[in-house]
Design a binder for this molecule. Sequence first.
Ligand code: ZN
Length: 138
Amino acid sequence: MKPDKLGRKNKSFPPIVINCDSCGADLELHWNEQSCNRAFCNRECHLLLKTNKSVRKPELRYAILRLMRDHPLEQWNVKELARMLDQSYTRWRVNAAVVAQLLRTMKTSVQRIEPCVYELKPEAKTGPLMRFVVRTGA
Ligand SMILES: [Zn+2]
């Protein structure tokens, strides 16, 4: 057994339960599994994010919200946010201009504190993030 990212080899960690970021269903995560980064319960829920056409760049919007929610930092400078996203997603080149542009349109989930600084709204901190990513009824 290979140690996970944090170097843990102990497989007796109990599974943790999170909620699917799309439909809200319970999702059991097991330490030491590839699925540690999972946030969706099944392929359809993940596919919804990739295929939804109601907004531009749904995957990047979701990545922004997930980083803001799951990282302890409360307030985010757009440049810092873009830099972290750029490093974590090898498939994309993420720059601050694109992130700033998306954040300006994500008024239901993020709040601008000062120019180029945003925080996640309290209502986006619990429950599926998908409801802030795609337009409902689309
Ligand atoms: Zn789901």
